[in-house]
Ligand binder design. Structure first.
Ligand SMILES: NC(=O)C1=CN([C@@H]2O[C@H](COP(=O)(O)OP(=O)(O)OC[C@H]3O[C@@H](n4cnc5c(N)ncnc54)[C@H](OP(=O)(O)O)[C@@H]3O)[C@@H](O)[C@H]2O)C=CC1
Ligand SMILES: O=C(CO)COP(=O)(O)O
Length: 333
């Protein structure tokens, strides 16, 4: 039986732990709060993040990072992106030397503009061939109710990607392999920023043409950044690109989309943060994605607009006017 440690017992860490357990793995699920770990072990549910969902028997919760790490063939990381460095610094010495580190996170680190796999390599001292990412249209609540979804497992070493694919393939979860780690991570991080933009537009009742235009131009700027960073263009037409973008921008289950909708309806940033109880990665990562765009000299007008609305107090109507009056240009180029 494959032993897997999952660090982070929020919505996605728990739902993916369910996938792994359903696929036959023995999973230890780490979380920082003892009352939640105890509730998971005693009730067989995660009342804080997936209330009412019965967890499979193969999951055991703990608050002890060493217990989670013991003999783990795979180490799955699912905490908010901006907390990864600090957390992994504590966990890294506990991890087995050969464990494969898997990122579920869809963010870019503020300040360094590093992707999560880069932070993992740096902090855990892991070679690239031992670091993988999972990304795709995977709204946690749908997966936890075992509704069908596909996803991408990416690793520079294809044999490692295949090993990961094997341990999380179930009747309702279909992972594809890819070796384009950069593209998969960027697809996941930037779609959260575009979902904020679409949410704002939905909150302003701008209509379906506006939504489709934002999704399409959002994919164009994601691809532009990806190509500048060495990613494969095909990745952005795939599950970790278009797939995740469409799911996140159209679902009321998306925290980023919901966050944007609240802003578009006229809530202030403070009010929106106050009603958001889960991680909406795009709120911070829009700043680091824009940082990446500048470092690579890539134009990302939608990301820039989101940063303006969310962090610089620009009114959505003013931002819309600015976006629509940008100089006319060719669609491709
Ligand atoms: N939810 C989804 O549908 C999907 C999410 N993702 C990505 O997965 C990642 C995790 O998100 P998700 O599980 O949804 O987030 P949630 O908000 O549901 O859960 C966050 C988890 O991280 C923990 N946490 C928060 N802050 C810290 C900290 N400083 N140190 C340690 N643990 C902390 C929380 O613990 P506590 O309860 O104690 O605060 C909780 O267990 C994100 O990058 C997200 O983009 C990817 C695909 C799907
Ligand atoms: O990444 C996700 C779906 O693939 C979840 O999106 P949110 O973080 O916006 O809820």
């Amino acid at each position: 039986m494959t032993r897997v440690a999952v660090y982070g017992n929020g919505s996605w860490g728990t739902a993916y732990a369910m996938v792994l357990a359903d696929a036959g793995c023995e999973v230890t699920l780490w979380g920082r709060r003892s009352e939640l770990a105890e509730a998971i072990n005693t009730t067989g549910t995660n009342p804080d993040y997936l209330p009412g969902v019965r967890l499979p028997a193969g999951i055991r919760a703990t608050t002890d990072p060493a217990e989670a790490a013991r003999d783990a063939e795979f180490t799955v990381l699912s905490v908010p992106s901006q907390t990864l460095r600090e957390n992994l610094t504590r966990w890294a010495p506990l991890l087995p030397g050969s464990t494969v580190l898997v990122s579920l996170m869809k963010g870019v680190e503020l300040g360094t503009a590093k992707r999560m796999s880069e932070v993992i390599e740096e902090v855990a001292g892991a070679e690239r061939e031992r670091v993988a990412v999972l990304s795709g249209p995977n709204l946690a609540k749908e997966i936890a109710s075992r509704r069908p979804a596909a996803s991408v497992v990416a690793c520079r070493d294809e044999t490692v990607a295949r090993r990961l694919q094997k341990i999380c393939h179930t009747a309702y979860f279909r992972p594809y392999t890819n070796t384009d780690v950069v593209g998969c991570e960027l697809g996941g991080a930037v779609k959260n920023v575009i979902a904020l933009a679409v949410g704002i537009a939905d909150g302003m009742r701008l209509g379906d043409n506006a939504k489709a235009s934002l999704i399409t131009r959002g994919l164009a700027e994601t691809t532009r950044l990806g190509l500048a960073m060495g990613a494969d263009a095909h990745t952005f037409a795939g599950l970790a690109g278009m797939g995740d973008l469409v799911a996140t921008c159209s679902s009321p289950l998306s925290r980023n989309h919901t966050f944007g909708t609240n802003l578009g309806r006229g809530m202030t940033l403070e009010e929106t943060i106050a009603v958001t109880d889960q991680t909406a990665e795009g709120v911070k990562s829009c700043v680091s994605v824009l940082d990446l765009a500048r470092r690579h000299d890539v134009e990302m007008p939608l990301t820039e607009t989101v940063v303006g609305i969310v962090h610089r107090g620009i009114h959505p109507l003013v931002a819309l006017k600015e976006l629509m009056s940008r100089s006319a240009k060719a669609e491709h180029g």
